[in-house]
Design a protein around this ligand. Structure first.
Ligand SMILES: Cc1cc2nc3c(=O)[nH]c(=O)nc-3n(C[C@H](O)[C@H](O)[C@H](O)COP(=O)(O)OP(=O)(O)OC[C@H]3O[C@@H](n4cnc5c(N)ncnc54)[C@H](O)[C@@H]3O)c2cc1C
Ligand code: SF4
Length: 567
């Protein structure tokens, strides 16, 4: 890799990564008239061939668990390609005492090919929560700054939901929601009994045709990818219109390694590994947008060292890699015996929850800061891997007895997942591991991660609430969690909820933040970050809708600055 092959062409913008943030940037920038080169580490995706939307479990080895069960940890072989907790030849490390899990994708569209499509707006208070409780920092922008961009994203990608006027979960530009399923109604009734708010969910799935995309036909398999593009993925919804402008050059199999700084203190291009030839190449651009996902973008900045920025590009604050958070997660489940008597019925729907529980205790004093929401599901959908595992722990023997019991209990379980806000702490961050490089010779990330007492108390509250709801529904709560150890109250390992953000946060003060309110680097005006890295807080709402709204707003700002000749 000694010889660097330079492209003589000068693009207006180089975007790194084609997921939620990068896809949005590519669409807005090209439609605004700029020439964009998009570097994408993975291959293209071909939905007809790559998505296993209408495949039966028996068509894959071990019903999708893979030979030796190898695929089980990556959500099975049915998952839309190409995401994994571990990528061959591309390691990351955890510091002693830390256990961080990092789910990455290497494919056009990134993790939006297989995300859960839960699309929730942050609330006004989420941008100013430090003012209220003194923890962490406020954002340099407000809900009102972002709200028009939530409108634009929702209207363009299609999100269903209902207007509910719940202050922790702002309403949006919604398509009609699908009807509640039987288990939704049971949970809703139980919630009403104990004073918990339960409302139709908000998912980026079409219940009506939008921009020529077909509405969902309720096959219930969104995680596998949708051949009809009825749910949102960047590969099917953001990249095609960008391509159509004729202004987008997409280079796949291009692993960005460094942003190159010019003598004038501005970025002048990006060097990348062409995976097919294992050669190092370079593209030139007037501006660079990093959208390789929050931690990968931090890695790129930290690996882009120069005499001006010996600690990494745009890192005069030292904040790159810091303020890392994931959502607090704890799961549980219970059995509702009355469902055993349910006649077979149509349980079809979208591949995700039809109802959910937004944060409902916002108006009282809790013994932990901020809040969480609850995702839930159950009923008679296609049995997945491990569906009946619990029976083998509970029932003696095998054969007819177990089968009979499986038939009896099939569809009677309700699972619950709490997703809550983590407060950034000084023990949680990523940095470059000085001793490890990946197969391309690029230094890798080392993670430090610690939950604080705040998050552990939140997980405890989740478990208590799950039990209360299941019992109010006349069911038996089955999950048992320890009160201490590595995962008290079932709190998930850091990174496991796949909502890692904050590693190059925005802020008003360049001494403690990397970006301004338009995702533009304080230190290098033609560098922008448009993935989860700019997020100042990580409220209970899943982050992707906010990543896209911020990217849309930042791209419009970039277009404006380019027009004024300011980049
Ligand atoms: C199973 C699953 C379920 C999820 N469910 C939800 C949900 O319901 N709601 C929600 O809000 N979020 C959910 N998420 C999280 C969501 O997918 C991410 O928040 C979102 O995709 C992040 O967008 P991004 O643009 O930052 O990164 P990504 O979508 O990960 O895209 C990053 C892109 O950059 C490319 N790339 C990486 N490194 C380089 C490099 N060095 N050079 C060039 N290209 C590079 C990757 O190949 C990828 O295409 C889920 C994630 C998973 C995996
Ligand atoms: S449930 Fe609907 S959106 Fe999801 S994969 Fe099936 S058709 Fe597509």
């Amino acid at each position: 890799m000694s010889q660097v092959i330079r492209s003589p062409k000068m693009y207006d913008v180089c975007v790194i990564g084609s997921g939620a943030g990068g896809g949005t940037a590519a669409k807005i920038l090209t439609e605004g008239g700029l020439s964009v080169v998009l570097l994408e580490a993975g291959p293209p995706v071909f939905p007809e061939k790559d998505f296993k939307m209408l495949m039966w479990p028996y068509e894959l080895p071990h019903r999708g668990a893979g030979v030796g069960g190898h695929a089980e940890e990556n959500f099975s072989e049915f998952l839309a390609p190409n995401g994994a907790w571990n990528i061959e030849g591309e390691p990351y490390t955890s510091a002693p005492g830390s256990n961080f899990q990092w789910f990455r994708s290497r494919i056009v569209g990134g993790r939006t090919n297989h995300w859960g499509r839960i699309a929730l707006r942050f609330a006004p208070i989420d941008f100013k929560s430090a003012t209220r409780d003194g923890l962490g920092d406020d954002w340099p922008i407000t809900y009102d700054d972002l709200s028009p961009y939530y409108d634009k994203v929702e209207s363009y990608i299609g999100v269903f939901g209902t207007h509910e006027n719940v202050s922790s979960a702002p309403d949006g530009m919604f398509l009609p929601p699908p009807k509640p399923r039987c288990t939704d109604l049971i949970v809703k009734k139980a919630c009403d009994k104990i004073g918990v708010i339960c409302i139709p969910s908000r998912l980026a799935i079409l219940t009506k045709s939008v921009n020529g995309r077909l509405p969902c036909h309720y096959c219930g398999q969104c995680g596998r990818g949708c051949v009809t593009a009825s749910n949102f993925s960047s590969s099917q919804v953001m990249i095609p219109p960008a391509m159509k402008t004729g202004k987008l050059t997409m280079i796949t199999g291009a692993m960005a390694r460094e942003v190159i700084l010019g003598k004038d203190g501005k970025a002048e291009g990006v060097s990348y590994i062409d995976k097919a030839t294992r050669t190092e190449k370079r593209v030139n651009a007037r501006a660079v947008v990093l959208a390789a996902s929050a931690c990968e973008s931090a890695r790129l900045l930290l690996n882009s060292k120069s005499p001006q920025f010996s600690n990494g590009l745009a890192n005069s604050s030292g904040a790159v890699g810091r303020y890392l958070t994931d959502s607090v997660g704890s799961d549980g489940w219970g059995i509702i015996p009355q469902l055993e008597k349910m006649p077979p019925h149509n349980h079809d729907g979208v591949g995700g929850m039809h109802m959910y529980i937004p944060w409902w205790k916002f108006d009282r004093k809790n013994d932990f800061p901020r809040g969480y929401h609850i995702e839930f599901g159950g009923g008679r959908d296609m049995p997945g891997i491990g569906e009946f595992n619990y029976l083998l722990h509970e029932e003696e023997g095998y054969g007819v007895g177990v089968k009979k019991r499986a038939r009896q209990t099939y569809g009677t379980g309700i699972g619950m997942a709490g997703r809550g806000e983590m407060i950034p702490n000084p023990d949680t961050y990523c940095e470059i591991d000085p001793n490890v490089v990946d197969k391309w010779g690029i230094p890798v990330l080392r993670f430090h991660f610690k939950w604080s007492e705040y998050e552990i108390r939140q997980a405890k509250d989740m478990q208590e609430t799950f039990r209360a709801i299941i019992e109010a529904a006349g069911g038996e709560y089955k999950t048992k969690t320890p009160i201490s150890g590595d995962r008290p109250f079932g709190i998930a390992e850091g990174g496991k909820i796949i909502h890692e953000v904050g590693t190059a946060r925005m802020g008003a003060d360049p001494k403690s933040s990397v970006l301004n309110g338009f995702c533009q680097a304080h230190d290098v005006k033609n560098v922008f970050i448009m993935d989860g890295a700019p997020l100042v807080t990580n409220p209970d709402k899943n982050p992707t809708l906010t990543i896209m709204a911020l990217a849309w707003r930042a791209s419009e700002y970039l277009l404006d600055e380019a027009k004024k000749g300011n980049l």
